[in-house]
Every structure is written in structure tokens, then in C-alpha cells.
Design a protein around this ligand. Sequence first.
Ligand code: TXA
Ligand code: MG
Length: 318
Amino acid sequence: MSIITKNLDIAIQILNQNDVVAIPTETVYGLAANAFNEEAVKKIFEIKKRPLFNPLIVHIKSKEYLNQVAQNIPAKAFQLIEAFWPGPLTLILDKQNHIPDTVTANKNTVAVRMPNHPIALALLAKLDFPLAAPSANPFKGISSTNAAHVYAYFKYDLKCILDGGDCEKGLESTIIGFDGEIPILYRHGAVAIEDIEKVIGPLKIITHQENLPAAPGMLLKHYSPKTRLILTKDIITAAAQNAHLKVAVLAFYPKDAKYSSNHHFLTQKDSLEEAASNLYTKLHELDALNLDLIIAEMLPNIGLGKTINDRLTRASAQ
Ligand code: TXA
Ligand code: MG
């Protein structure tokens, strides 16, 4: 059974033995291992039951360390790094040759970010390698935003879960890659695209891509509860139409409306940031209720509302 601890030394010992530790970040928890060690990285794929064609993000301790993992870095990437690192922005860049092929799924590029969580940064500072880490959930499942979520999924598979409390952002990092100097959005995330465009101008947006190994984070079905979920602008009508089922409604915030009994809100006020930070915790809670159906409300399609709608769309995919 995993131990849940704040003790960095325990995690460091396990990581130095090329084994996997769950770590907190400001976005979601990750399943981390030595990114320079093929054997360690393979264990992540086994624990997560992730197909080997789906590459991992490499987490680094400082901006200066980037040269150890990536090369030929475009000017716009440096502008983004200055604006958003440490933070929830992942860049897809040309990889350094010594990055194991398992990390990058045999691609020439590597996904990199410097996380903004005191425990993750303190841990990275004490290691002489970066950490490859996908989100700490089984393939296609709901991501983990606290140590208890990770424990529920992986208590038999992990020796150690580093406890960093609730994740501040609650959504995965935004992923940006480049075609020459043209920036491409691969995944909506915790940095709103409007904020990115303020720094580097318009992004080329790659949307839903079913079964495209080039960008598996964009598989349509993803981030899914076990319970069936539908996404709608009109939760009141959807709740009335499904009144014969065991249903919970997951809405943005309380408005002037007649709500049915099993009603949940992502936030009490009109805040997309707060809704984002609560999304996965709410989905975990509702998924544990053994319902027939979760009816989720579509959020305003601006800022983090785009990311939340993206996740709910994938959660609702058949
Ligand atoms: O916030 C986050 O990004 C979290 C925390 C733990 O850092 N990590 C995370 O990892 O969400 P993961 O593995 O669940 O999602 C990473 C996504 C995957 O969809 C993967 O396909 C994509 O990044 N990816 C990784 N390397 C890539 C590459 N070289 N080219 C294109 N996509 C890549
Ligand atoms: Mg994931």
C-alpha cells in the first residue's frame, strides 16, 4: 500500500532507485520517474496502463535546465517561458538526443514544463535528473487533484504519494507546439489561450482528433467518469427529461432558476478560475454516487471556460 507523505527524502530515495512516485503540481498530480532512465519511465506506462504511443511531459527544475532536454528553441517559446514559467504551460520542442524514446514515444520532439508547486520544485532541485510525469489517473480516467484521488486509483501500485494538498489550478497544463515559428495549440489547459495570444499573437488551433497518435491528449474520449455524462446549455430541461433516472446536475454557479434536488455547483460565484479548480474533485465525487447520469452545464466559451468545456466534451464522448 502507498504511503502518503510530505517527506521529500522518501520520494528522492525511491526515484533514485528508478521507481515511480506520485507528485503534486499546481495543475494535477503526476506519476513521476527519472526522465533519463528508460526502465523507470516504462514503469509509469505499466502503472497507468497507458499505450506506449502516448508521450510524457518532462518536468524541469529551472528555465536554464531547458537546454538539457530540448534544442532549436523558437523565439516565441522563450517569450512564453518568460511569461508563464514556472507554471501550467507545456511546450513541445525538438528533443535532445539522450532523452529516451519511451518518454517521447519515438518522436523527435519532447514536451517540457517547469511546474509551479513548492513541493515539486523542492523535489526537482534535489534530483540530478528531470521527472517524466503524466497525470496520475488510469488511461482515459479523471485526473487527480489531491492525494486521496491518487491513493484510490493506485494504492497497490505506488510506494509513495507526495502530499501537496489540493491542486491550485485543477486542470492540466496548456500545451503549445511549433511548426517553424507558427505556434500551435495542442491542448486547452490552465493558461487561457487569450492570455497566450497576448504574448505571441494568434495560435493555430488543432481541435478534436480521434485516434491520432500524433497528439493523443486530444483523443476524443478522455477525462471520463464511469457514470454516463451529458453536456448541455439547458440543464433544467435535461433534468426534467431524465427525471426517471438517478441523476445529478453539475452546474456552473447558482442562478435564478428552479433546481432539482441533486444539484451541484462548480463555484458559488461567477468565477471560471474557481470552477476550474473544483471540476475534477466534483466529477470524482459525483462518480462515486452510483448514478445513472451526470448532466453537466456548458460554461461560457471564454478563458478557462473553453478548457472546462473541452474536458466535459471529452468526458461525455461515447
Ligand atoms: O498539467 C499537466 O500537464 C500534467 C502535470 C502532471 O504536469 N501532466 C499531464 O500529462 O497532463 P499527460 O501525460 O496526462 O498529458 C500530456 C499530453 C499527452 O496528451 C501527450 O500526448 C502530449 O501531452 N504530449 C507529450 N509529448 C508530446 C509530443 N512530443 N508531441 C505531442 N504531444 C505530446
Ligand atoms: Mg492525462
